[in-house]
Design a protein around this ligand. Sequence first.
Ligand SMILES: [Zn+2]
Length: 54
Amino acid sequence: MTPPVIPLAENMEKGAGVRSKRYICSHCKQVNQPHTVCHNCGYYRGKQVITVER
Ligand SMILES: [Zn+2]
């Protein structure tokens, strides 16, 4: 019995499949992954959901 291991490459592949649909943050105009909180300003869909320390 071996524990299920999800290879990193598999996760990367899923991300690469949507690379044409990049999400531009409406707050700071940074390019982010879609459906992901902006790592630059902490905004997601026009609302600040996390506080980003500068
Ligand atoms: Zn942003």
